[in-house]
Design a protein around this ligand. Structure first.
Ligand SMILES: [Zn+2]
Ligand SMILES: [Zn+2]
Length: 356
């Protein structure tokens, strides 16, 4: 697997941290087990803190080629955060990485998914079947998945978006080909602020809606680690409103959720994709500004054309790929983002955010 330069750089830093800790504090938990040769370490595996590792699992997406599954060692069990896409290759990577650490899948007692997307909960069910691990998620996210599975993406209310007939037919066709959402048999529903039941660790779920309605980060205050799922990524701007219809604005929710995690500035950030990083506050600023800029752009279009449809608004916004190049699912996704920003502006969200 190819890693971006920043990732390789981070790996060196993490390995130095491990070495330093061994010199100053003696062997880590890993060291107390049988130390393995560094050269055999699976490329996907990194140590983030004592008894905390990340495993990169592959995704079939050239722009976002892997997701991180985090392994956390408790007193007598392991917890996985975000077991990646359910493929044979990913399962093998997971088993091999645990094996290299002197651990095994049988020790996995808990699995927590930050949100409903398949790259974050894919292997949860398989892990449950193999090791009997209890599968966990935030109750709100479990409900969101159920609604989404019943309604499907096709149920997004597109009729009044002003989409030309040809484009609409193409979008309908693309959406009907999307695979159905996989079920998520959950053993334990958590609420905002709940402690994750892994003995020997102090981990808490923090509700951070926006990307999806029940997205949760995981806070590890003792190791000063924040597992951010798809809420905060170091490079990509995460898409919003990707967990079905909600009563609230995903844009407003997301802006609030960015502030929700600001108190963890100074923590090491363990995101769902890309690479680990440490500068949280500047990244929160960038993410918030990105959506406010987009909302202001939308607001200007609406000031000129107060009756502009979603399609007309979207065609006036700037898109990285260029508006005329957006087709199929990408066109749907762009229209949906424009719809969310249009609703955010019309409901006064931008005024509140600008004055807040
Ligand atoms: Zn996601
Ligand atoms: Zn993701």
């Amino acid at each position: 697997m190819k890693s971006p330069a920043a990732d390789i750089c981070d790996e060196r830093i993490w390995q130095d941290v491990v070495l330093l800790r061994m010199i100053t504090e003696g062997p880590t938990r890993q060291g107390r087990r049988k130390m393995r040769a560094e050269t055999d370490r699976p490329e996907a595996l990194k140590e983030l803190a004592d008894g905390v590792w990340s495993i990169a699992l592959e995704l079939p997406d050239p722009y976002n080629p892997y997701s991180f599954c985090y392994v956390i060692q408790g007193d007598d069990e392991l917890l996985l955060i975000d077991p990646g896409l359910d493929t044979e290759a990913n399962w093998r990577t997971l088993v091999d990485s645990l094996g290299w650490l002197g651990l095994s899948v049988d020790q996995v007692g808990w699995v927590f998914s930050t949100h409903l997307h398949d790259d974050h909960r894919g292997m949860a069910h398989r892990m449950h079947e193999v090791s009997g691990a209890a599968v966990m998620g935030l109750g709100r996210e479990i409900d969101a998945l159920q609604s989404l599975a019943q309604a499907g993406w096709q149920h997004t209310p597109m009729d009044d978006w002003g989409i030309p007939e040809d484009d609409r037919q193409e979008i309908d066709r693309v959406l009907s080909f999307r695979p159905p959402l996989r079920p998520w048999p959950v053993d334990l529903r958590l609420n905002d602020g709940d402690r994750l039941p892994l003995a020997g660790r102090d981990l808490h779920a923090a509700w951070t809606p926006g990307h999806t309605p029940g997205h949760a980060c995981v806070v590890d205050r003792s190791d000063r680690l924040l597992f951010t799922g798809d809420h905060v990524l170091p490079v990509i701007f995460p898409g919003l409103g990707l967990g079905g219809e909600t009563d609230t604005s995903p844009i407003a929710d997301y802006l609030t959720s960015l502030e929700r995690v600001r108190e963890f500035d100074g923590f090491s950030i363990a995101p769902g994709h890309e690479h680990h990083f440490t500068e949280l506050a500047p990244r929160l600023d960038q993410l918030g500004k990105h959506h406010l800029r987009r909302a202001r752009e939308t607001s200007e279009v609406l000031r000129e054309h107060p009756t502009a449809t979603v399609y007309e608004v979207a065609s006036q916004l700037s898109w990285t790929a260029g508006w005329e190049n957006l087709r199929g699912f990408n066109l749907f996704s762009a229209l949906n983002q424009a719809r969310l920003h249009r609703e955010f502006v019309l409901s006064g969200g931008l005024d509140i955010a600008s004055n807040g």
